[in-house]
Design a binder for this molecule. Sequence first.
Ligand SMILES: *[C@@H]1O[C@H](CO)[C@@H](O)[C@H](O)[C@H]1NC(C)=O
Ligand SMILES: *[C@@H]1O[C@H](CO)[C@@H](O)[C@H](O)[C@H]1NC(C)=O
Ligand SMILES: *[C@@H]1O[C@H](CO)[C@@H](O)[C@H](O)[C@H]1NC(C)=O
Length: 304
Amino acid sequence: MNITLAALVALLLLGSAYSQMGAGEQVRVINRGPNARYCRSFKTSFETMDDFKNFEVTPDKTIGTTHGLSKDKARTGSQSHKAEITSIEDSPHRGFPAVQLFKTDEGSMEGPVYITFFVYLSNLNFGSGKWLTIAEVGADDNAAPGKRYISVSLDTNFKLGYSNVPTQNVTYVKKYDTTTTFPQNKWVNVTLYVDFDNVLGITALWQDNVLIATANVNGGAGRVAQFHGGMFADNLIPSGVVYNDDLTIWQTIKADGSCPQSGTPTAFDLTTIEATNPNSSGASKIGMSIAFALAAASVIAYLV
Ligand SMILES: *[C@@H]1O[C@H](CO)[C@@H](O)[C@H](O)[C@H]1NC(C)=O
Ligand SMILES: *[C@@H]1O[C@H](CO)[C@@H](O)[C@H](O)[C@H]1NC(C)=O
Ligand SMILES: *[C@@H]1O[C@H](CO)[C@@H](O)[C@H](O)[C@H]1NC(C)=O
């Protein structure tokens, strides 16, 4: 009898939590799809460091890390960027050229961007609790990556995810895929959508065309100021190489939009990209698990 009553309470709790989520949902679809255009792009295949002149480049030989262009591997052309961990040291491993759009003649990119780049990992020796950041996207023009930036990182289980979303030092992400791991010894297509809109900022992350995660992004001012890939990793990782090739940052608009800065809208080949706001179902999943926890607590309360 008690158990039946508890189950009823549980169902009621579940129902009310669920309908509250439904009412509060804010769904914003990222679907620049076939109607997307881009205005400006920054492109590099890491064939020459001239692509990064005037930008911040970490020293090519710091304690524990080396980096630079290399002929070891190339997805296109004859070189790629290579950053290698050489030893465990006291501070994190850092090796990259930053793309500091804010230092270019046209300045930071206004509005949302897509970023595609290719990552090849090898000999990465993770221990538990370590981290490796493969990219950071910055909203302001302080030293790379800036003060407000979002990070794309690998965890110990070789799963890609975000940190610093929705706000700096906080992580609240909607994961679409929790099974795909990041392979080593293979070029992997990493694609990011980043909108630093000051009210409805959002980001989405794909690995080889699989949507991995989305998140809201707070604290931006509507533009992307800088990006870096390469190596930024836990100081206790003893070895690992990260290659980058074929990076493009596209300043995107809808087909009917006009370019916020200079430029003529140009058709775009990233036609398959589509994702929903993390709050639409991410929040309800969390709501649901809270409801389940409450329901379970009420059952337990009845039984004791
Ligand atoms: C984030 O954490 C870093 C390191 O603890 C700290 O220096 C920084 O002020 C924090 N930023 C925010 C916005 O909380
Ligand atoms: C990289 O991935 C994006 C997103 O999934 C896709 O639109 C794009 O065509 C891919 N690029 C290449 C060169 O495969
Ligand atoms: C998404 O949910 C978070 C956490 O509940 C909230 O702080 C944020 O304002 C929401 N953002 C949007 C755009 O709905």
